[in-house]
Design a protein around this ligand. Structure first.
Ligand code: ADP
Length: 159
């Protein structure tokens, strides 16, 4: 059984992430979408909120499970018997960071490899940060994120 992890901040999940999952879910038997703590990023949604939003978003996939992990990704991979880390690549600007991350993870555990899925041209400019900026100014994000993300962003801003 080919088990993979798609780790990220997902703050919030976007159609770009979902596009990667659509393609990866045909390649792997099981995918853990795992919300990780990224010390470089201050998140808008709590980890519980992000997990809940992703769960709702991927509920129709029968081979995707949503989890949270507060530790080293390769340790989590061992724990769930995953041999592959899935990451998405957008523009050249993603490459350097992703390259460093992939090599570091391989250094830590060479049984776990990273596989990259190239973004679709429709989402090559799309990031969670852009979605938050647009939503902050009431911009139209209906083509960029699922309905639940639109609702949760609105709900949280109005609190
Ligand atoms: P992280 O904080 O780990 O970078 P993100 O949620 O920003 O978490 O991204 C998770 C993964 O999804 C990364 O590999 C990122 O490059 C990829 N990704 C994000 N947005 C897109 C997109 N629009 N198209 C393809 N891949 C994407």
């Amino acid at each position: 059984m080919k088990i993979a992890i798609y780790p990220g901040s997902f703050d919030p999940i976007t159609n770009g992430h979902i596009d990667i999952l659509n393609r990866a879910s045909t390649v792997f038997d099981k995918i853990y979408v795992t919300v990780l703590t990224n010390p470089k990023k201050e998140c808008f949604f709590t980890k519980e909120e992000r997990v809940e939003i992703i769960k709702e978003t991927v509920k129709d996939f029968d081979n995707i499970e949503v989890t949270f992990y507060d530790g080293l990704l390769v340790d989590y991979a061992e724990k769930v018997n995953a041999t592959t880390i899935i990451r998405g690549l957008r523009a050249v600007s993603d490459f350097e960071y992703e390259f460093q991350l992939a090599l570091t993870n391989r250094e830590l555990n060479d049984h776990v490899d990273t596989v990259f899925f190239m973004t679709s041209k429709d989402y090559s400019y799309l990031s969670s940060g852009l979605v938050k900026q647009l939503s902050n100014f009431n911009g139209n994000i209906s083509n960029l994120v699922p309905q639940i993300v639109q609702d949760k962003l609105k709900e949280k801003r109005e609190k």
